[in-house]
Structure formats: structure tokens, C-alpha cells
Design a protein around this ligand. Structure first.
Ligand code: C2E
Ligand code: CA
Ligand code: CA
Length: 689
């Protein structure tokens, strides 16, 4: 149970925030990489496609050059003029890098590297110019200068050269040019021509270098900028969604936590909180050797209070009670509202007297909540000893507060109906009793089918003649699981559970069957009395049920006596009288069992038309010859005679008692003096003799 509870709480505490954040970061990184790769591809598609057309010019020049120089004799001036037709600025370099011919190549520098044009295997060699920093080659790719200032200067120079007199330029202290907004606008409406020296090697090893202009429309830059902006916007939204979902997750978790740990009526600690925090506290190393008190406090008659007032008023009182309890808690103590009218406390323990005084003080304060009402509380207390006192669990690892709370509840189970405050301390006997009751109810139903119940017969004798004149059938339970159980232990529980009616049927049926068997065997039978429980007498057709059972067995009705206990006389008297009369009409005898053990014996005698009075064994526990008991017994016998009833004295163990009873005219004696209850075989022997 503890494990289950811990599992549930761990599940509840599991934080999904980090999972959410991690998921978002992964998505974000992947998205960023994809977007960057995509925009780079677009950038280089633009650059490469522009260079490709320029490169075609160099390739053509190289083709013309290679073709021309292959011939032995060619006109070098003519070749130079032909090449000049393709490019205004070009040069032909020999193996040593010396210029063989060319035009307007003053800014041509050294070889810079090579790169491959997009979608082509062709390699272009790039030569430096005095503007070589604007573009450079890295890893075979043409890259724009990282020096943006230079790039902008070049761009603005270009714009200026296209007569931009109207542009107002701003110059800072370092004499560096900073673009004005209008200049920027112009810049973006123009194309930017970046100078490039592209080279191609001819068949004879000479290199044809031609200056070309990489014509970048500034709209291309805008496209890239837009792409970057889109990326930024997406990233921004992803970030916002992340923040929102983290907030939602955290607040949901808090809500779940409150649902699980907060009481809906009082707004304070609930059962889960009590068990969780209490257990945690008691298991702490520094608390292991402390003694605690688990208290269950029940507001008795809460339902009646709600009936007389309202549910709201009831809940209001519960809330105030909780606050009062909470205010009474010291450091390291817990109060909680458990179920409707039940509170739990976990208190430090000093000794029983101070605990009892403290609990009484708390109850008084609770009662003072509403001076117009007298609230009643039943309190159950279970002491939790220091952990060292339990060698099997010195660290309270298996400590289960729920079990201890249940013990405290068991302690306060109402044992009387009186309306006053009670404090009960838990006693292990209560648990043993409960275990016993559980065991009995587990075993009872199969006991009938398995014939575990056995009938014993206790003979009744006439004290004047010492003759066997009757018997009482008494049940015995020989259970394979519980052993030999005495009726004093299981009958009260059968009465509580209602199973007693089945026992009564069982006894009536088997006694009737035995009587029939004995008669058939030719024995002289005596009337046998069977105990019928109070629960059974509530049934209106009891007389008919008994008649049917006895008739079905084929036994004569006059040999069966029904014993009724005094407690049955508290029920509906008229119904009881009617049942007794009908039983007598059918031919049965009815007796009052245990006469004298209850409070209303005489009263019942007055109203009920009974045939036999059984004097309770309590009369014969002391010295019967003592004046007072003797008078009571002899007068009771006289009274019964006057009411036309026979008398049976129960529990008679001594000779003097028998003689006394015989002298007073008692009709029968049932007691150990004559015989203990006997198994059927032994009783039959008595019948025979
Ligand atoms: P009870 O009906 O008053 O039965 C008499 C009890 O007194 C029997 O106990 C019997 O063994 C005992 N007893 C008889 N003579 C003496 C004596 O001289 N000295 C002492 N110390 N005891 C004597 P038992 O059989 O243990 O039954 C106890 C109670 O269980 C019965 O009290 C009756 O209330 C109940 N019970 C027993 N059998 C049945 C049954 O078949 N049906 C019902 N409903 N209750 C039964
Ligand atoms: Ca009896
Ligand atoms: Ca009795």
C-alpha cells in the first residue's frame, strides 16, 4: 500500500517541463540547421548562376587563344585585338606569371584559388585584384568579404560614381564613410558590380585571365535578408510557444498537486497530505527515536447537524474545526481533514496523562466553536513507539501511517451510544478480535456444507426422581481451520452477521431428524429444546418455518421445545406474542431462556404466554443456601407455578443445589451435576437406559 501510494505521488511529481524544453531545443536546432543550409544553398545558387555567364566569356577567350596558338604562325597583335573584343580588361600570363598580352589589367594580382561552379564539374581559378578582399575563395566556394565596411564603401563608391550629388553623406571622426538612409535606399535600388578576375588555362599552359563584374542585384540581398528574417520570426514564435507551454505545464502540475493534496472542504491538508508528510516525517533519521501519537477524531452526529442546519453550515463548522486543530499543532505536528466528519492528528508524545489532557483541551476548544451547540467527539489514539523498539524495522522503513491511522480509528469504534466525548487508546486485543471475526466469517458458510457443526445434547433431569426428562441441543463447531470453537465465541458473531438464522434452521432440522431416528429405533424420547435467536424472532412466519422443518423430518411436534432468550423481548411485543401463540397452537413448547439474567424478566413474564421458565445459571454460582438467593429462587419457582409454567434450573453443579431445588418443587435440572452436554451417541446411551 505504501509502495502504491509512493508510486502515485512520484508519478504526480514527474516534471514534463524539462522534456518540453529539451524537445523544443532539439526542434529549434534542427530547424535552424535546415534553414541555414537552405538559405546558403539559395545564396550560392544566386552567386554561381551569375558567375557562370561571366565564366563563359573566359572559356571562349581560352578556346580562341588555344586554337590560335596551336598554329605555328599567328599574328599576336591580331590575337590580342580578337581577345579584346570579348573582354575590356584581360591578360594572358605565361608559366612564370608574366603578362604576354593584355589590356587594362593594372589591378590584376596573384592567383587566389579555385572553386567549382554550381551544377558543373568545371573549375574556375580566381586571381586577385586590388579589390580582392571583396570576394575570396574558401573551401572551393566563393565568399563575400567579411569586412562589410569595405563592401559598403565599395558599393557607395559605385553609387557615387553614378552621380549621386543629392545624397547627403555622413562622415565620422575616423573619416570612415557611413551610409546615409537615402544612400542605402539608392544602393538597394541599384545593381552591385563586384570585380572578379577569372582565369582559364589554355592548352599550351598559358593562363587567360579576364576581369568580369559579378552583377548582384540588391534584390538578391533582400531575398537573403527576408529569408533570415523569416528564420528569426519562426525562432521567435517557437520560443514564445516554448515559454507558454512551460508555464501551462507548471501550472497544471501545481493544480494536480493541489487536487491531490488539498482538502476540498476545509482547504487544508487532506488524507493524502497527512499520510505522505506524516510518513516522511516519521522516517527521518532524527525522528526515528521519537514517540508519536496518531489520533483519529470523529465529529459524532455530523450528519444530524447537517440535517438540522444545512450542508453549507456543516462544511463551515468543519472548516472552523480544522483551523482550530491546525492552531493547536506544534512544530513537527500535522492536522488533516480525512473524511466527511473525521480529522487526523499526528502529535508528539510525552506521556499518557499529558496527551489525554491535551486532547481534552482540544475537544473543549472545538466545542467552543459554536456556543449554541454541544459537539461530541470520539477520539481514537494509537501510540507509535520509537523505531528502536521494533528490532525488525529499526529505521521505520516499512512504517505504514495508514495502518496506524486505521488502528486509531478501530480504537474509537463506538462502544456505547452515549453522547459524550470519549478518548480511546488502541489495544492489540481489538485487532485480534477483528482478525477472529474476519476468520469466522470466512469459514462460516462452508462449515454447514462440510458438516463441521455438531449437535451435543445436555440432559435435563427431574431432581425428585433423577429421571431423564428432557435435553437441550447445543451446537459445537469443529472447524478444520479454527479448531474446536466454543459457541460463546462464535454465536455472538453469528448474531451480529445474521448467519445465526441459518444455524437455527440447521439445529431445528437436525434435532428433528435425530428425534425421528431415535423414535424409529424404538427409544423412549424426551422433549429436546433448541435455541432460537432473537434475530429469527423478527421474522413474522417463524412459527410456520419451524413447523415445516419439523414436519419435513417427520418428528412429532410435542417433542420439540423452542428456547427464546430474554433479549428477544425488547422487540415488537405483539408480534412476539403472536409467534409464541402460533408455535403453541402447532404443538410446540416455548421456554424463556436465562430468566433472571436481564433487567426486564418479570415484565416479560407478565405479557408472554410461555410454557417453561429456565432459571439462569447465575442464580447457582454462589451459595444457594444463603438466605437471599434461596428466597429469590424459591419465590421464582412459586411464581412460575402460579403462572402455570414449568421450571428448569440451569448450570447446577452441586448436590445441595439439587436437593434445595427438589425441595422447592423445581421440575427439571440441567447442569454438570447430572451431565455435561454429550455427543449424540452418548446421549442415546442415556435414552436407552
Ligand atoms: P445457553 O442456551 O444458556 O446454554 C447453556 C450453556 O450453559 C451451555 O454452554 C452449557 O454447556 C452450559 N452449562 C450447562 N450446565 C452447566 C454447568 O453446570 N456449569 C457450567 N459452567 N456451564 C453449564 P454452551 O454450550 O457453551 O453454550 C453457550 C451459549 O451458546 C448458550 O447458552 C446459547 O446461548 C448459545 N448456543 C449454544 N448452542 C446454540 C444453538 O444451537 N443455537 C443458538 N442460537 N445458540 C446456541
Ligand atoms: Ca439455551
Ligand atoms: Ca440458558
Amino acid at each position: 500500500m505504501i509502495k502504491k501510494r509512493e508510486k502515485r505521488i512520484r508519478k504526480l511529481r514527474k516534471n514534463h517541463v524539462w522534456i518540453t524544453i529539451a524537445a523544443f531545443i532539439v526542434v529549434f536546432i534542427i530547424g535552424a540547421i535546415v534553414m541555414m543550409a537552405f538559405s546558403e544553398q539559395i545564396c550560392w545558387y544566386i552567386v554561381d548562376s551569375k558567375i557562370y555567364s561571366q565564366y563563359t566569356v573566359v572559356k571562349n577567350m581560352e578556346a580562341i587563344y588555344s586554337e590560335t596558338v596551336r598554329h605555328e604562325s599567328y599574328d599576336i597583335d591580331q590575337l590580342e585585338r580578337t581577345l579584346a573584343l570579348s573582354s575590356d580588361s584581360f591578360a594572358v600570363l605565361d608559366n612564370n606569371g608574366n603578362v604576354i598580352m593584355g589590356n587594362d589589367y593594372a589591378d590584376l594580382g596573384s592567383e587566389d584559388g579555385s572553386f567549382t561552379i554550381q551544377d558543373s564539374t568545371e573549375k574556375i581559378t580566381l586571381y586577385k585584384s586590388d579589390l580582392n578582399d571583396l570576394l575570396y575563395v574558401e573551401n572551393g566556394q566563393l565568399k563575400p568579404s567579411k569586412d562589410m565596411k569595405k563592401l559598403f564603401k565599395y558599393a557607395s563608391d559605385q553609387i557615387n560614381s553614378e552621380s549621386m550629388e543629392d545624397v547627403d553623406r555622413i562622415q565620422d571622426e575616423d573619416d570612415e564613410i557611413v551610409m546615409s538612409s537615402s544612400e542605402f535606399e539608392k544602393l538597394f535600388s541599384k545593381n552591385l558590380n563586384l570585380p572578379l578576375w577569372l582565369a582559364k588555362t589554355a592548352d599550351n599552359g598559358d593562363v587567360i585571365v579576364s576581369k568580369c563584374l559579378l552583377n548582384l542585384s540588391l534584390n538578391d540581398f533582400m531575398l537573403i535578408l527576408k529569408l533570415m528574417a523569416t528564420m528569426f520570426v519562426i525562432a521567435y514564435f517557437v520560443f514564445i510557444i516554448l515559454i507558454v507551454s512551460v508555464i501551462v505545464t507548471v501550472s497544471n502540475q501545481k493544480k494536480n498537486f493541489n487536487l491531490y493534496f488539498k482538502d476540498t472542504i476545509t482547504g487544508g491538508n487532506n488524507r493524502n497530505m497527512y499520510l505522505y508528510n506524516g510518513e516522511k516525517m516519521l522516517k527521518k533519521r532524527r525522528n526515528l527515536n521519537r514517540t508519536y501519537t496518531v489520533v483519529s477524531l470523529e465529529f459524532v452526529k455530523y450528519n444530524a447537524f447537517c440535517l438540522c442546519h444545512s450542508m453549507d453550515a456543516g462544511e463551515e463548522v468543519l472548516t472552523r474545526m480544522y483551523k482550530c486543530l491546525k492552531a493547536n499543532m506544534n512544530k513537527g505536528e500535522i492536522a488533516a481533514h480525512m473524511t466527511i466528519a473525521e480529522f487526523a492528528l499526528l502529535l508528539n508524545y510525552l506521556d499518557t496523562d499529558s496527551l489525554t489532557a491535551r486532547l481534552h483541551k482540544i475537544i473543549d476548544e472545538l466545542d467552543d466553536i459554536d456556543p449554541d451547540h454541544n459537539f461530541v467527539f470520539h477520539v481514537g489514539v494509537k501510540i507509535v513507539p520509537p523505531a528502536r523498539e521494533d528490532p525488525s524495522d529499526p529505521r521505520r522503513k516499512d512504517f505504514d501511517l495508514e495502518l496506524e491511522y486505521n488502528n486509531a480509528c478501530t480504537a474509537r469504534m463506538p462502544r456505547d451510544d452515549k453522547d459524550d466525548n470519549k478518548i480511546y487508546f488502541f489495544d492489540q486485543k481489538l485487532i485480534d478480535e477483528q482478525h477472529w471475526e474476519d476468520k469466522i466469517s470466512e469459514c462460516q458458510s462452508k462449515a454447514i456444507d462440510n458438516d463441521e457443526f455438531v449437535i451435543y445434547y445436555q440432559p435435563k433431569y427431574d431432581p425428585n426422581t433423577d429421571k431423564l426428562t428432557g435435553a437441550e441441543a447445543l451446537i459445537r463447531w469443529n472447524s478444520p481451520d479454527l479448531g474446536f470453537v466454543s459457541p460463546g465465541r462464535f454465536i455472538p458473531q453469528f448474531e451480529k452477521s445474521g448467519f445465526i438464522t441459518e444455524i437455527d434452521h440447521y439445529m431445528l432440522k437436525h434435532v428433528a431428524m435425530d428425534q425421528k431416528k431415535w423414535l424409529d429405533s424404538g427409544y423412549e424420547c424426551v422433549p429436546v429444546s433448541v435455541n432460537v435467536s432473537r434475530a429469527h424472532f423478527i421474522e413474522s412466519d417463524l412459527a410456520e418455518q419451524i413447523k415445516d422443518i419439523v414436519d419435513a423430518a417427520g418428528a412429532p411436534r410435542n417433542l420439540l421445545e423452542i428456547e427464546l432468550t430474554e433479549s428477544a423481548f425488547f422487540d415488537d411485543k405483539n408480534a412476539l406474542i403472536s409467534t409464541i401463540q402460533r408455535l403453541q397452537d402447532y404443538g410446540f413448547t416455548v421456554s424463556m431462556d436465562d430468566f433472571g439474567s436481564g433487567f426486564s424478566s418479570l415484565n416479560s413474564l407478565k405479557d408472554l404466554p410461555l410454557d417453561v421458565l429456565k432459571l439462569d445459571a447465575g442464580f447457582f454460582s454462589g451459595d444457594i443456601s444463603d438466605d437471599r438467593s434461596g428466597i429469590v429462587v424459591s419465590e421464582t419457582i412459586r411464581l412460575a407455578k402460579s403462572l402455570n409454567m414449568k421450571t428448569v434450573a440451569e448450570g447446577v453443579e452441586l448436590k445441595e443445589q439439587v436437593e434445595f431445588l427438589a425441595a422447592k418443587g423445581c421440575d427439571m435440572i440441567q447442569g454438570y451435576y447430572y451431565s455435561k452436554p454429550l455427543p449424540e451417541g452418548d446421549f442415546v446411551e442415556k435414552l436407552k437406559s
